[in-house]
Write a protein that binds this ligand. Structure first.
Ligand SMILES: [Zn+2]
Length: 102
């Protein structure tokens, strides 16, 4: 037998005495399938929780421009807060001195 039932919102519209049955953007919730207007959070007047798994990986990272990252690194190394070898430490201190001079 072929499954022809499309996912549709199962929210009961009490005033209209029928189920919502909207098929657009329906997602599965603990309470069943719900359209965006009838998610558990929408019914409580709360903003939707962003979906977790399935989001692009970059959504979880804060992109730092390389230039900014290297400045942070240099300053941390120059201040001795960041472990590095003596050569890198001296180079970073020189870079800091140059930055202050300019
Ligand atoms: Zn609905």
């Amino acid at each position: 037998m072929k499954e022809t039932t499309l996912p549709e919102c199962g929210h009961w519209l009490g005033s209209e005495r029928r189920h919502c049955r909207t098929a657009d953007g329906v997602r599965r919730f603990v309470t069943g399938l719900r359209c965006p207007a009838h998610t558990p959070r929408a019914l409580q007047g709360l903003p939707e929780i962003p979906p977790g798994p399935g989001w692009p990986a970059r959504a979880w990272t804060t992109p730092t421009p390389d230039s900014v990252a290297s400045v942070i690194d240099e300053r941390a190394i120059a201040s001795g807060k960041r472990r590095s070898n003596p050569n890198t430490y001296r180079a970073a201190q020189a870079a800091e001195a140059q930055r202050r001079a300019s």
